[in-house]
Design a protein around this ligand. Structure first.
Ligand code: UT7
Length: 312
């Protein structure tokens, strides 16, 4: 597990979820499940499903929300990274489509996608930090965006109740005052536990065990490197995969549940989009102040996992 220091300032955040709400009761008409089972095992009550929108549409709308929120001159963006495992097409990348949809075609921009499944946004921030730190790029637009409904098998109750569609975006720049720490990792031999061909396949219990273990370990690595005690962390914004995984981590880390930001009940698991959607929502609630430290933590297919600590 590589742990290293960075320096990253969040300039603005935004999110977008499709209008269509699919409740647990709706799903109980499609597969043999119930609101009680889904809520008690996962914490999910409903999720959003993209109907006529593609991943790049969701990503662009989240980016536009961030641009509006920060009143940011979008022509300054010179780096676009989209974390996704559900791109519109194999090529071009969602990031290139976002460049086009934002009307930034004429600018000198580097745009590409990365796929680290549900850890994608943490990986993308890590990459953005290094590219911004090099001095070659100045303003990054980093997006997590997924339309998981298009790879969901709606006859498989083990998986179809878990996922949702959405996108979250951040605009960032290098800032030596804003200390960051990153801890990211991958284990390629977990490829049969969670994978996506035409649809998502998952051994839920094995993923649960893996997530419950790495969630607290990766955070402890960050804290060790930064010589920080967890009590000083304002909020932990985890990948929203299962409420019980977060409860397990809270117990292991000995942190009260109210220090975790949770919105899984509304959106389900939106993979690479879950952390930036959650952070944008938290920022909208006006609970954050300059100087606060927050931790993002993700885990998913690969197996991949990682966390980062950012100073606001
Ligand atoms: O973002 C990527 C990371 N993914 C995750 O973090 C997911 C991690 N895993 C999980 O969240 C949980 O393992 C699940 C929510 C997927 C499943 O919960 P579980 O407590 O591990 O249930 P289980 O797989 O052990 O299944 C228990 C029972 C089984 O029935 P039997 O064999 O005991 O009769 C399943 O067939 O629940 C049944 N079941 C369902 N019943 C009603 C599985 N899915 C459903 C369902 N509705 N949707």
């Amino acid at each position: 597990m590589a742990t290293h220091q960075g320096a990253l300032r969040i300039i603005a955040t935004g999110r977008y979820v499709p209008d269509l709400v699919v409740t647990n009761d709706d799903l109980s008409h499609i597969v043999d499940t119930s609101d009680d089972w889904i809520t008690s095992r996962t914490g999910i009550s409903e999720r959003r499903v993209a109907f006529l929108e593609a991943t790049s549409d969701l990503a662009s709308k989240a980016a536009e929300a961030a641009i509006r929120q920060g009143n940011f001159d979008k022509t300054q963006i010179d780096l676009i990274i989209v974390a996704t495992f559900t791109p519109d097409l194999r090529s071009p990348s969602v990031a290139s489509l976002v460049q086009m949809k934002l009307g930034l075609n004429h600018l000198n921009i580097i745009a590409f996608d990365i796929n680290a499944a549900c850890t994608g946004f943490v990986y993308a921030l890590n990459i953005a930090d290094k590219m911004l730190n090099s001095g070659a790029y100045h303003y990054a637009l980093v997006i997590g965006a997924e339309v998981i409904s298009k790879v969901t098998d709606y006859t498989d109750r083990n998986t179809c109740v878990l996922f949702g569609d959405g996108a979250g975006a951040m605009i960032l720049c290098h800032d030596p005052q804003k200390v960051a720490y990153f801890n990211v990792a991958s284990r390629g031999d977990g490829d049969q536990i969670l994978y996506v061909d035409d649809t998502v396949h998952m051994d839920g219990q094995k993923v649960f065990q893996f997530a419950a273990k790495v969630f607290s370990e990766t955070i402890q690595e960050l804290l060790r490197m930064g010589r920080i005690i967890i009590e000083t962390i304002k909020k932990i914004i985890p990948h929203q995969a299962n409420l019980r995984i977060i409860q397990h981590a809270a117990k292991t880390l000995d942190v009260p549940m109210d220090r975790f930001f949770i919105n899984i009940q509304k959106y389900g698991n939106t993979s690479a989009a879950s952390i930036p959607i959650a952070f944008a929502e938290l920022a909208e609630n006006d609970e954050l102040m300059s100087g606060d430290q927050v931790i993002f933590v993700g885990f998913g297919a690969g197996l991949t996992w990682g966390s980062c600590l950012l100073t606001l």
